[in-house]
Design a protein. Structure first.
Length: 160
């Protein structure tokens, strides 16, 4: 896997999160070319209706789908996704690379998640945990797990 694109709805606001992401991106450069694309988060009222949420997810979903590279391994992160160990995630990337995939595209939605169209575009729906995390923290966690997965595949000492 030579390229890893992470599509994120929303921008990181806290410096400690941007610093952590920058560190993991720097580390990932040893294994792949990481790219983070921040997409605008739709504005919703304080108490949005289900219809307003659905319209928001559809709009964000269309933008996400337009940014997915052709022939990429597409992995949306969603609560109903599969929970994998770090070793299993490493195997997913290794097998994808062996099968000819040069790009992985991982997708982190906004506060209300991802549209069904985005989830259906994925070849693997991934869940970080059965616990709920802020989507901004999910970016740091995902980058760390990507670094761990590539480290496992390379046989480095990072993963113990």
């Amino acid at each position: 896997m030579r390229n890893v694109r992470i599509l994120c709805v929303g921008k990181l606001k806290e410096r400690y999160l941007t610093d952590a992401c920058a560190e993991y991106c720097k580390r990932l450069n040893a294994f792949c070319k990481p790219e983070i694309i921040e997409l605008p988060e739709s504005r919703l009222p304080d108490n949005p209706s289900p219809a307003e949420i659905a319209a928001c997810l559809q709009k964000e979903g269309e933008e996400i789908l337009s940014k997915i590279p052709k022939d990429a391994l597409v992995i949306p992160l969603c609560i109903e996704g599969k929970i994998l160990s770090s070793e299993e995630l490493s195997t997913v990337f290794t097998e994808a690379a062996v099968s000819g995939k040069s790009t992985a595209c991982l997708i982190i939605g906004g506060s209300y998640g991802l549209s069904d169209a985005v989830k259906q575009a994925g070849s693997l729906r991934l869940s970080m945990s059965r616990m709920t995390f802020p989507h901004q923290l999910a970016r740091v966690m995902l980058l760390e797990q990507l670094y761990r997965a590539f480290s496992i595949a390379a046989g480095t000492k990072y993963h113990k």
